[in-house]
Design a protein around this ligand. Sequence first.
Ligand SMILES: NC(=O)c1ccc[n+]([C@@H]2O[C@H](COP(=O)([O-])OP(=O)(O)OC[C@H]3O[C@@H](n4cnc5c(N)ncnc54)[C@H](O)[C@@H]3O)[C@@H](O)[C@H]2O)c1
Length: 273
Amino acid sequence: MGLPRLDGQVAIVTGAAQGIGEGVALRLAHEGARLLLADRATDLVEARASALRAAGSEALAHPIDLASCADLPALVARAVSAFGRLDILVNVAGILQAKRFLDVTEADWDRITTLNQKSLVFLIQAAAAQMLAQIPADVRAAQHCERSYGKIVNFSSISGRHGRALQVHYAASKAAVISITQSAALAFAPFLNVNAVSPSVVPTAMWEQNDREKSQILGLPPGTSMQEFVDRIPLRRAGTPADMAAAVAYLCSADADYMTGQTLNVDGGFEMN
Ligand SMILES: NC(=O)c1ccc[n+]([C@@H]2O[C@H](COP(=O)([O-])OP(=O)(O)OC[C@H]3O[C@@H](n4cnc5c(N)ncnc54)[C@H](O)[C@@H]3O)[C@@H](O)[C@H]2O)c1
């Protein structure tokens, strides 16, 4: 890793208690960012923040159920009261369910789409309002800038690129992330950059759940679904949280100031197969 690229910048990372979000928080801390970690897993997210502090980073935990949209402005306000500003929002939190199309209920649909797409929109709204308010008045008035005034990174999925027989609601919500990313990129240009990362397989609690549910539905031994996906990856291995975090760090850095509205496949080449 080179020089820290995010020195002193303030970032909110959702879903930071474990899996990809934990990896993103670690990487952004190494890049010098000051972090507010948001997750509903209270003990775990507190532990992650305290481990980062012990390693010398500035990090606080903010336990929250992100599905409650009314609580999202307070998350942004906490970052501002703790660190004075907000420069980066990384929306990693997401939930998945594998279920036959014929069995998906309205409650299933609402649960998955509320977190994966509705909360995403309203957290972007709260964060973008803060980032825009930080821009000097003359820059705002000119409607022109030579650098970025805020970075937002979302998490889509290869399931957002194609339909999924056993995940109609999850796949739809991850396709929506691609669209929401483009809409936000257009809405907040030229000041903010909004991009997304699209992973294939990263062995985390979510993938274990996916594998367990799909194997059960299809009557296959556990591990079958995960292996089937990994076998289709040209780079011949599953991704890691660190692989995802490296892409996020790039998208949050000045190196990506000329990128917006893009969903970057960080998938070992899966999308080509
Ligand atoms: N793991 C993969 O292979 C994979 C593949 C494609 C896309 N993704 C996407 O990457 C993101 C992270 O996935 P992961 O595998 O790390 O998942 P994970 O289940 O390991 O972690 C998700 C985190 O989000 C938190 N969370 C869930 N619901 C929440 C809520 N209502 N409020 C607050 N926090 C909540 C959980 O507590 C958890 O810490 C997700 O958006 C997922 O859709 C993952």
